[in-house]
Design a protein around this ligand. Structure first.
Ligand code: APR
Length: 320
């Protein structure tokens, strides 16, 4: 059987890391697409040349032509620009919205059967716009945010408790940004919920609150350290986990920005929720019950995402 084909739209920091991880894990053959001439070709060749020592079989290529993504099984989208000093949120939104238009049209024309994972920020609005521009089925287009935010939360918790992060599960809902909702009640160490661990004296409520805040600020913390860019290893690894679940029909339960129609009182809206990802794409949205405080935080997050979507509609009237 032919290897799956993985198209990476955007060959920047995350795109390059995605290509490397996909090759190392032998998930399939990789095509890197970017408007910057030479960048996808150079990264593809460099990673391909690491194959003999890295001991993987995968072909990698770089392109500026959407025709080369033809028949891709998975498309992971990182194309766009990051917010630069002096740029307003609307400036960024306008620029990346245009990018989503060209990417959506490229995918629709050449890889309409692909499972599409969007990473470009502002994530929840961009995944919505990408779906609108591509016209692909909603269950085949989702956004990577929850896996990353949960991974950050799990990492901080594992360090706090000095336990393996394999035994820490964590839950993050809502939009990707300041309003995300880390769900303490549903996060556990080997099945023991965090509030119980506070009672058991493993940590204090203050420390837990600080970890929740650090999770919310996780992206900004990395930007502050790197100064010239944003996180790429953890975002790429998170998207690869989602792609692998799709390609291998693993039916992993993963939080992602998914189209929610009916659950959570939403009617046709992209926001971060727990999902089941398998061969059908986002096969299920898992609806959990929330207490009053959690619901209020979730509502606030939905409101923030709605604001971004409305701003997109204001910029591009074809989306209204
Ligand atoms: N089509 C294809 N590629 C594009 C386009 C376009 N229209 N516009 C820009 N690009 C490419 C750039 O040439 C660059 O190589 O997208 C790439 C983006 O790479 P980086 O700037 O290195 O950004 P990266 O760190 O990979 O993050 C990508 O993910 O997490 C988000 O906020 C982040 O939106 C950003 C995205």
């Amino acid at each position: 059987m032919a290897r799956p084909k993985i198209a990476l739209i955007g060959a920047g920091q995350i795109g390059g890391t995605l290509a490397h991880l996909a090759a190392l894990k032998e998930l399939g053959d990789v095509v890197l697409f970017d408007i910057a001439e030479g960048t996808p070709e150079g990264k593809a060749l460099d990673i391909a040349e690491s194959g003999p020592a890295g001991k993987f079989d995968a072909t990698l290529s770089g392109t500026q032509d959407y025709a080369d993504i033809a028949g891709a099984d998975v498309c992971i989208v990182t194309a766009g620009v990051a917010r630069k000093p002096g740029m307003s949120r609307d400036d960024l939104l306008g620029i990346n919205l245009k990018v989503m238009k060209s990417v959506g049209e490229g995918i629709a024309a050449h890889a309409p059967d692909a499972f599409v994972i969007c990473i470009t920020n502002p994530l929840d609005a961009m995944v919505w716009a990408l779906r609108e521009f591509s016209g692909l089925p909603h269950e085949k287009v989702c956004g990577m945010a929850g896996v990353l935010d949960s991974a950050r939360f799990r990492h901080f918790l594992a360090s706090e408790f000095n336990v393996s992060m394999k035994d820490v599960t964590a839950f993050v809902l809502g939009g990707h940004g300041d309003t995300m909702v880390p769900l303490v009640r549903y996060s556990t160490v080997a099945g023991i919920p965090l509030p119980d661990l506070v009672k058991m004296g493993w940590t204090s409520q203050e420390k837990l609150d600080a970890i929740v805040q650090r999770t919310r600020d996780g992206g900004a913390e990395i930007v502050g350290l790197l100064k010239t860019g944003s996180a790429f290893y953890a975002p790429a690894t998170s998207a690869i986990e989602m792609a692998e679940s799709y390609l291998k029909d693993q039916k992993r339960v993963l939080p992602c920005a998914a189209y929610v129609d009916g659950a959570y009182g939403l009617d046709g809206f992209y926001v971060g929720v727990p999902t089941v990802i398998g061969a059908g794409g986002v096969e299920r949205v898992v609806e959990i019950s929330m207490n009053k405080d959690e619901q209020a935080m979730f509502d606030n997050s939905v409101k923030a995402v709605k604001g971004l979507v409305d701003a997109c509609k204001g910029i591009d009237s074809s989306l209204s």
